[in-house]
Ligand binder design. Structure first.
Ligand code: SF4
Ligand code: SF4
Length: 416
């Protein structure tokens, strides 16, 4: 066990002045459109953080009061996922558990939000949404935010979703404890990604807007690994956002993941989050990343086909986005959109009040008129490459048949 991180370390820093608009003069906005600027948008200075650790949201109804289905067997869920894929239905859903966040990342503006508990999805909403998703099959549900660990009931949300689906969680590591990690695994969490963008702790802290962000992320990884209850499928990984100044950090991050015994994944920054063009990753990233993929086959988990297109994504953008067809997003008020960036500007329905078939029809229409090439996020690109035989064999195959084991400490395989 490593030493706990001192909470005094999370004291405020001096904020930099927030720019009021994007580089093209447009007002900033993100998932909820409440933002006016970003104090850390140029990567310099750590913004003011009001509440570094919380508060967690209140639970608005007891878990026992929620109408829950009987959990499906893992192989039943896998068969339903494969069927959804073969029938060209969506297989991947990003679900924004909360739009609040206690970090202040330079490439995101969600940290300026202040949603109250009653303004975000209740446990009942998650149960109803999970049932409606189940009409499509058993899907991979990526629980994100904001910071999902700010929800006190996150393990109950996982439990509700895991009955029919495969829940994953992405976190900065904030708010993780060994007890909470165990609750998440016991609830049916399939995998957890912890964000680290620089192997240099100071740079990561500056980039993420809070002191000791690196140490907290590493601690969370250790807690997640320690708390696993089934080594055959529960995966922990580092996920890194590639920006304009951290390509040289990638080999060090991959090595860090290997030493911690976890997988490593990378995705490029998207200009949609802040409007800051300067943070786009550099050309030449594809070559560096493919070289790492060759050297760290056990650790570097990102699909090779996805990596092959990083340079193309930053040069011209990649057309043919599958958002709305193979993947879609649910926001913190059950609004469904083709992806996380369009819940306000192009909503396709609300799962609180509408049925899945109606919403799916609108998602397909949104997909047909979609000309957006703005991102090459993993939720887009990693799903898109599944529809090529090589990409399918690379990712879906290993997911369905569990042929890949978590590498384990210093790269030694774990699992039964
Ligand atoms: S990138 Fe994630 S951790 Fe950073 S401010 Fe946005 S939601 Fe929070
Ligand atoms: S490219 Fe696709 S996934 Fe990315 S922001 Fe545009 S519509 Fe969304």
């Amino acid at each position: 066990m490593s030493t706990p991180i001192p909470l005094e370390s999370l004291l405020r820093q001096n904020p930099a002045a927030p720019p009021a608009s994007t580089s093209n003069g447009q007002p900033r906005s993100n998932g909820n459109g409440r933002h006016i600027g970003h104090a850390n948008g140029n990567g310099h200075g750590i913004p003011e953080i009001e509440l570094p650790i919380g508060p967690p949201l209140e639970i608005d109804e007891p878990h026992e009061a929620v109408d829950l289905s009987t959990p499906r067997h893992t192989w039943g869920k896998k068969a339903r996922l494969l069927k959804a894929f073969l029938l060209n239905r969506p297989v991947w859903v990003t679900w924004q558990v909360t739009y609040n966040c206690n970090y202040g990342c330079s490439f995101c503006t969600y940290w300026q939000n202040d949603f109250k508990p009653h303004e975000e999805n209740s446990l009942q909403d998650f149960a109803m949404g999970a049932r409606k998703l189940s009409e499509l099959g058993s899907l991979i549900v990526s629980l994100a935010g904001g910071e999902p660990m700010l929800r006190r009931d996150i393990h109950q949300i996982v439990d509700v979703i895991a009955r029919d689906h495969f829940p994953y969680l992405t976190t900065s590591g904030s708010g993780m404890t060994t007890k909470r990690a165990r609750q998440l695994w016991e609830a049916g969490l399939w995998g957890c990604s912890v964000s680290i963008d620089y192997a240099d702790p100071d740079k990561h802290a500056q980039h993420r807007g809070v002191k000791f962000a690196f140490e907290r992320a590493v601690k969370a990884i250790e807690q997640l690994m320690e708390a696993r209850t089934d080594l055959s499928y529960q995966r922990v990984q580092i996920i890194s956002v590639l920006t304009d100044d951290n390509l040289h950090e990638m080999p060090k991050l991959c090595e860090l993941a290997r030493k911690l015994g976890v997988y490593w994944q990378v995705q490029p920054y998207s200009v949609m989050k802040t409007g800051n063009e300067r943070q786009r990753h550099l050309r030449g990233a594809t070559e560096v990343l493919l070289d790492l993929k060759r050297r760290y086959p056990e650790t570097f988990h990102t699909n090779r086909l996805y990596l092959e297109r990083f340079d193309e994504a930053v040069n011209d953008g990649i057309s043919g986005c599958i958002a709305g067809r193979a993947m879609f997003n649910i926001d913190n008020q059950m609004v469904v959109s083709k992806c996380v960036e369009f819940n306000l500007t192009e909503p396709c329905g609300n799962l609180r009040s509408e049925d899945m078939r109606t919403v799916l029809g609108r998602l397909h229409e949104a997909n047909e008129r979609n000309t957006c090439t703005a991102c090459w996020y993993s939720c887009r690109g990693e799903v898109e490459v599944l529809y090529e035989p090589r990409g399918f064999l690379n990712s879906m195959h290993s997911f369905l048949w569990q042929s890949r084991r978590q590498p384990g400490l210093n790269g030694v395989s774990q699992g039964d």
